[in-house]
Design a protein around this ligand. Structure first.
Ligand code: SF4
Ligand code: SF4
Length: 509
């Protein structure tokens, strides 16, 4: 039995019965002061927050000693916490994340990986409309007549999100389709930013003119991710289905950079552009933007191009390539810190949505005698390696979920939309009830239930993998390759290569 499995069993019989009532005693909503969970953390970190006598008593006698012990156990530096929660422009998002984490422990106990009381991030596929025709579009977007929410309904959604799970959503990303196609986009983005701590967009970039880049900035959007699928127009445009898409997308990247917006080039790597990986990374470096590798997931329109999926060896090569880049930056930052006491190197530059990125960066860094790890989708913050198994790699239906343009809720954008994957509708159903109880969400959260298959007499799969608590495999890929079985192995992983060969290897590619 793995250590994390054993720890989960121990948590449920030892620590959780004590922790749940303790947090419950702090989780009060004071009619005068608001959330005591959040106020007591501010109080602990030294912010002079006004508290009524009851709140002050609970904060000083129960919450503060509890946070003191908790931060020592997690080796969380109080100065670091102060900077993130109080002195950071995204402090509100961090505070809400903390609130959801505490409420999650109160409701479901400490678990590996942990389950907050609501998602840290929601990706909202804001529209089915798109001006491009990309082969891999998970939303099958284009000129479609499917119903979307009106401006007023979308505002209602944002109001709900701002109070989600009694705390409020920390981060929201507008995706699509192409979010900028909607005429009310800037109005709704500004409305969102007033209610949510961190707002980003995922765009094809073609509509980001200088004027629109300024509007993005003025709406308060914190981060823009632009899809670039080739280092040359031929490769990008062939995949995106429209001539001129490359030039317009690159112009979009440059306009965002000029506006001083945190910008990222996002690339779905597949057979058709794999050879361009280094060149696209080079483009990102040249422009001084981040690079995010998107895993190829045969869903939506991409299902018809399954032959584009990378082999486990190819995927490993990609992860090692970008992993080497980020570890290079980490080592550079560390060296400067030793020499000068601080470093200005931005380490948060190279990411992947492949959950195997954690295993790969862990092994790469060990070669340099380091203990550094980057979890899929996350920022490369120092110290993440200490809690990597709690963060748990694939965050579908746990740290994150998605909304469809009509308000339907799904665990991840890469799940197809059908009666099994739609969990409810944000305007019609109670989100908290869904989050607490939906059986699909709990299937995605429990790593002990991941499965293995027998191949040539040997067990292969995520079920027995020592890295399943930091990775967990992409559950959307499992769904796609195993007809809806979300506990099946991710056959894109090098450890599951025999299964890949059995399932895909024999088919003509
Ligand atoms: S076998 Fe599964 S859990 Fe293990 S590293 Fe591969 S994808 Fe992740
Ligand atoms: S299923 Fe998990 S790993 Fe796959 S894309 Fe969604 S969140 Fe990422």
């Amino acid at each position: 039995m793995q250590r994390d499995t054993l720890e989960n069993a121990l948590f449920s019989i030892t620590i959780n019965p004590m922790l749940k009532p303790l947090i419950s005693s702090i989780d009060k909503n004071c009619p005068k002061d608001g959330s005591l969970l959040l106020n007591s953390l501010k109080d602990f970190l030294g912010e002079p927050v006004p508290l009524c006598s009851t709140c002050r008593h609970i904060s000083r006698k129960i919450a503060n000693p509890f946070y003191e012990i908790g931060s020592r156990l997690l080796r969380a530096d109080k100065n670091f916490m102060r900077n993130q929660f109080l002195n950071n422009e995204y402090g509100e998002a961090w505070l809400r994340g903390f609130g959801l984490m505490m409420k999650g422990i109160e409701k479901y106990g400490i678990r590996i990986p942990f389950v907050p009381a609501g998602p840290f991030e929601i990706v909202w596929n804001f529209t089915y409309q798109c001006n491009l025709r990309c082969k891999h579009c998970y939303e099958n977007a284009g000129n479609t007549k499917r119903r979307e929410l009106s401006t007023e309904e979308a505002k209602e959604v944002l109001d709900i999100l701002s109070h989600i799970s009694g705390i409020g959503l920390p981060a929201l990303s507008f995706s699509g389709g192409e979010p900028l196609v909607r005429k009310d986009f800037f109005e709704l983005a500004a409305y969102a930013r007033k209610r949510i701590g961190y707002v980003s967009i995922a765009s094809n970039g073609t509509l980001i003119t200088k004027d629109n880049a300024k509007k993005i900035k003025d709406a308060g959007i914190d981060y823009v991710e632009i899809s670039i699928d080739g280092a040359t127009p031929q490769v990008h445009n062939e995949f995106r289905g429209v001539p001129g898409a490359f030039e317009n997308a690159m112009r979009g990247v440059k306009n965002c950079v000029e506006e001083g917006i945190d910008t990222c080039i996002a690339t779905v790597l597949h057979k058709g552009n794999l050879a361009e990986t280094e060149k696209i990374i080079g483009l990102a470096k040249e422009l001084g933007v981040r690079f995010m590798h998107f895993n190829y997931i045969p869903t939506g329109r991409a299902k018809a191009y399954v032959e584009l999926d990378l082999t486990p060896e190819e995927r490993l090569h990609v992860l090692e390539t970008i992993g080497t880049e980020i570890i290079g930056l980490y080592l550079q930052a560390k060296e400067e810190e030793v020499k000068y006491g601080k470093s200005n190197v931005k380490v948060d530059r190279f990411f992947s949505t492949c959950p195997q990125y954690a295993s790969v960066t862990k092994e790469l860094s060990q070669k340099f005698g380091e203990k550094f790890m980057v979890e899929a989708h996350y920022a490369a913050k120092k110290g993440v390696e200490n809690v990597a198994n709690f963060l748990g790699g694939c965050g579908a239906g746990r740290l994150y979920c998605c909304l469809e343009p009509n308000g339907d809720i799904k665990p991840c954008v890469f799940f197809p939309t059908n009666k099994d994957t739609v969990l409810g509708n944000i305007l019609k159903d109670n989100f908290e009830e869904i989050w607490d109880n939906h059986p699909l969400l709990w299937k995605l959260r429990v790593r002990e239930d991941l499965e293995n298959y027998i191949v040539d007499g040997k067990e292969v799969g995520c079920g027995n993998c020592p890295d399943k608590y930091i990775c967990g495999g992409c559950r959307a890929r499992a769904y796609s390759y195993f007809n809806g079985n979300v506990n099946a192995p991710d056959i894109g992983c090098i450890h599951n290569k025999p299964l890949w060969e059995k399932i895909v290897g024999n088919k003509k590619r």
